[in-house]
Design a binder for this molecule. Sequence first.
Ligand code: AMP
Length: 481
Amino acid sequence: MKIQSTMTGNKENFQPIHNNRINLFVCGPTVYDNSHIGHARTYIAFDVVARYLKYKGFSVFYLQNITDVDDKIIQRAAENGASPRMLAKRFEQRYLEDMHALGVTNVNYYARATEHVPEIISQIERLMEKGFAYETESGIYFDESRFQDFGKLSHQSVEDLKKHRIEPDPTKRNPGDFSLWKKRQDGEEVTWDSPWGKGRPGWHIEDTAITETYFGAQYDIHGGAMDLIFPHHEAEIAQMEATSGKKPLVRYWMHTGFLNVKGEKMSKSLGNFTTIRDMLQKYEADAFRFFVLLAHYRSPIDFSEESLEQAQKSLERIRQAAKIIEEQLETAPESTTPEGIDPSIDPSVAEAKERFLESMDNDFNTPYALRAVFDLVRGVNRRINEKTISRKGLQDASVLLSEFGEILGLGFNAAGKKPEEKNITENLIELLIEMRQKLREKKEWQLADEIRSKLNEMNIVIEDAKAGGGKYAFRSCTEIT
Ligand code: AMP
């Protein structure tokens, strides 16, 4: 099996660190808004990576972080008059619901940044002890000039790196130094105690603190979309390799191409996004997954409703063929040869399997794997028409189709699933709870209590969160913790 690593640019033979065990980490979302289908593209790609590795017999531990403390969260919360913790909680919950709806089900553990602050502080302390980090009046920074390998993942020279002006701050030693710890600014409520006073973690350090906790200083695969190569992943390498002295942090760096709209990356800031929720109102999750897998994970995808509809039609063609195979199973002859010998495996089935596995072994080439699926159903249907396929051949084809579906996370045997009905009641309750939270924050207790007792009458019980976070749940509807 070969994986192309961004570090070398080559397809390399896959060799896990610990025999059969694979530690896979993919950067999770910053939870300040609903996720869009660009995010979905990346997470579907890695869901298929995890599925295929498991199919190959590896024991995969798939870890994802949740960035639940960040400038964007604090800013959005301030705009909405909400608490940053509650806002992050709400969008984390939505993200998990979206992933579930998309069949992205292979993450073993979601690690919140806010639950790993002691580990983050410990890593920063070690970096300071070794002289890789320094304190200023605004926070702690990583000294980029002390880490000789900085730029090795993004293939940038020292001169290239000087062109970037990440995180402008006059107190830094070098323009490229990045923040490990941000000291508390006036009025900031999300803070932790640290040896440097109250503050909060920088973005890059949360990932290495989390991966070090669960995987140690080195692990097998790290993924994310291409925009994370620099500075985020470059910073991760610097932090962890400097802390541990062990190289490399990661054996295989995998980066997905963007989901674009008219050639531009889909993103919140450009405003050209479609949320996963909105897309799922109109289309089946499998149609979107199929659309994503029609491209190699490293290639960009241009999103349009027409191409999504086209993908839905192609998926339906496979399902239709699968249905015919199932129907024919009832009546197909036991054997097709005059001698009565049932061939143990039909050639079209054997060939499709070989090509599918070859494609997936070749850096998870899903477009080629899907071609093998098409060839399988086409070949088997032709032989059905020619009456040259036995019942055993049809059975093999049916089993293989389910197997392919399982690996890709697609229901090939499903008879035209409809998009899941959106639960309007659930959404309305959520909205009411949100409004009530805002009222409480403005100390409009009477109105807030009225909403609460009306919901109570409808058997929906709200458990109020403690100040600054905690949990709320609405029983008899859905549980949000
Ligand atoms: P964020 O919440 O913005 O940190 O993004 C979460 C993950 O989705 C990261 O791996 C991003 O690189 C990835 N991502 C964001 N936008 C896109 C896009 N348009 N296409 C593919 N992946 C994306």
